[in-house]
Write a protein that binds this ligand. Sequence first.
Ligand SMILES: C[S@@+](CC[C@H](N)C(=O)[O-])C[C@H]1O[C@@H](n2cnc3c(N)ncnc32)[C@H](O)[C@@H]1O
Length: 307
Amino acid sequence: MRLQVVPSGTPAVPSDPAVALQQLLADGVTWGDSSAWLPALPAKSIDLFFTSPPYADQRAYSRIHPDRYVEWFLPFARAMYDASADSGSLVINIKNRVAKDGPLRGQRHPYVFQLVIALQNMGWRWVEEYIWQKPNAIPGKFGPRTKDAFEHVFHFARGAKPYFDLDAIRVPYKTTDDEIARRRLDTNGRRTTEAGFGRDRVGTYRHGGADPGNVVSVSQTYNQHRGVKHTAAMPEGLAEFFIKAVSPVGGTVIDPFAGGGTTAVVARRHGRLAGGIELHEEFATEARRRIAADVDSDVPGQMLGLG
Ligand SMILES: C[S@@+](CC[C@H](N)C(=O)[O-])C[C@H]1O[C@@H](n2cnc3c(N)ncnc32)[C@H](O)[C@@H]1O
């Protein structure tokens, strides 16, 4: 069921799937409706759909009631599943809300969890839940609860062996260099220690960095970053983490709810082919301006080959 008003005059979607994909990649962010573009993509062609869809009932651009959110989202999810490569993924950043009406009024609405279950039932494999932790969450009055200091990021995969590169997102070890050097000389390898049963104290330090874990701490940019005009632009650091981990260099990344174009900007900067679809013309225009500015500020050779 369609709950959005489709703007008239949006460019037609090419009937040839390969041409449709080429156009999205060439545009950077295309003004249009994802419910028309996603089914037009070639089968099994996309490495990563990375997106922050409209949250339930929250912004001027989205009036999707949380009770109907799953029903609204499922056709997009179906089309993304069909267009996803066997090793491809769908990564969704989404936030809960407190119900404003109905029997759940005043409680957290479970639409985010209902969506996860519905996607799993559709065949998407739920790989992981990440917490995007915001060190600079804005305080306010939220009833009997604290301020919202995190959002969910769910990783779903089409197949059993999704692309995933942990090495691309490793962080510096917390252990000192001296201690790492000392442990490298440890010939005893895996053994039970106070810090963990059967932990391989030597192998841990052979990777050039530590596993960052599934809590990703990135400050919210609150619409001030690089002059992005969109009211809900995500920080580039969040997009960078998932694009690097879940899509290969040279792979294809699509954001079906592109907003101000953060996914396309960051994915292109890191050597992926990237495109997006955005319902509102002014956001799509802004996104393309942002992509062009990012390309202009690029030093030669930086666009490709970064892990
Ligand atoms: C949360 S915002 C995305 C923000 C984006 N991640 C960024 O960094 O700017 C969601 C966007 O989805 C767009 N949208 C909603 N329904 C859409 C549809 N059917 N097709 C394409 N875009 C849509 C909205 O206009 C809105 O700009």
